[in-house]
Design a protein around this ligand. Structure first.
Ligand code: 8YV
Length: 329
């Protein structure tokens, strides 16, 4: 890397204060109109960048990385999930990858809890009835949903976000169950009164609500496959604020249509920004535009983390949020 300020290419518009600071510290190239970059633009970006700051909307695949300037040493992702970056190619090229964990945990857990409440209690349907002018007034059998209190919540992925969801869920009287690659520490299990299920299949078959909170990796692609979705009871609900690719979206849509599942709350989709049109037609699905971590505070903290990761790296130290080299691959 040159002695001058490093060229930092930022693929999307970030909060103003973050962009201002980046311009002070680095030779920052910003995306003023915030358009999602085409693959050809990403290739141009990696040809000029010493450091790339992408987001979930950029596909940093092997084709893009194969054209990277040899000076590209760091990809400082604005976001926690790094599944849009080909980590194997980055590793081959000796590129360090960082992310922004922790700062979006509570916001994502809040939105997960909001969906856990919204779907069984038919919040979106109720709102729609009001705005469409169809409401004829209260009735004893009107808008009946399912009680949350006393139900079983199965969390798939008990990392930071899964644990934050569990803490909230206990306040609503849900019993907490989880499946994770590794069992979490006993102290955490005790605090959350969480039951560990080694077998995901067995857990799925016994839960009232399932919340997906694991990262998308090659091992979790379609973790909730058509076969596994069929194990879930027809009166159960699924919430996903992690990544669309973890659930077979077509199979899920078919099952929701056929009332083989009671409902779903989805903030993420398999082919974003495209959404299965059949999903859009369903009353028993609450759909959100990948906004679980979208708070002003969270975005500012994500930006600060990106800056700290870059600055530490440029100063010759190991950045605090290094994903690669690391345990990911
Ligand atoms: C971010 C997310 O907003 O951090 C993540 O992994 O899914 C989102 O909540 C997005 O990824 C920013 O790139």
């Amino acid at each position: 890397m040159s002695q001058q300020k490093p060229v930092v290419v930022v693929t999307r518009k970030l909060p103003d204060a973050i962009e201002t600071r980046m311009m002070e510290l680095f030779d920052a190239r910003l995306n003023h109109d915030d358009h999602p970059m085409e693959q050809s633009e990403l290739i141009e970006a990696v040809k000029t960048a010493d450091i790339l700051v992408p987001t979930v909307t950029d596909r940093i695949d092997s084709r893009v990385l194969s054209q990277a300037n040899p000076e590209l040493r760091l990809i400082a992702n604005f976001g926690t999930g790094v599944d849009h970056i080909d980590l194997a190619s980055a590793r081959e090229r000796g590129i360090t990858v960082t992310n922004t964990p922790g700062v979006l945990t509570e916001d994502t857990a809040d939105m997960t809890m909001a969906l856990i409440l919204a779907v069984p209690r038919r919040l979106a349907e109720g709102e729609h009835v009001m705005r469409s002018g169809d409401w004829k007034g209260w009735s004893p059998t009107g808008m009946l949903g399912h009680r949350i209190f006393g139900k079983r919540l199965g969390i798939v992925g008990m990392g930071r976000i899964g644990q934050a969801v569990a803490r909230r869920a206990r306040g609503f009287g849900l019993s907490v169950h989880y499946h994770n690659r590794n069992r979490v520490h006993e102290e955490i299990e005790n605090e959350l009164e969480a039951t560990y299920w080694e077998s995901l299949d067995q857990m799925l078959a016994r839960m009232d609500i399932i919340s997906v909170n694991c990262p998308h990796t090659p091992a979790t692609y379609h973790l909730l496959s058509a076969r596994r979705l069929k194990l879930i009871q027809p009166n159960s609900y699924i919430v996903n604020t992690a990544r669309g690719e973890i659930i077979d979206e077509n199979a899920l849509t078919r099952m929701l249509r056929g009332k083989e599942l009671a409902g779903a709350g989805l903030d993420v989709f398999e082919h974003e920004p495209a959404v299965n049109p059949k999903l859009m037609e369903l009353d028993n699905a609450v759909l959100l535009p990948h906004m679980a971590s979208a708070t002003i505070e969270g975005r500012a903290e994500m930006g600060e983390k990106v800056i700290i990761n870059i600055k530490t790296f440029v100063d010759g130290h190991v950045p605090p949020d290094r994903v690669l080299p690391g345990e990911y691959i």
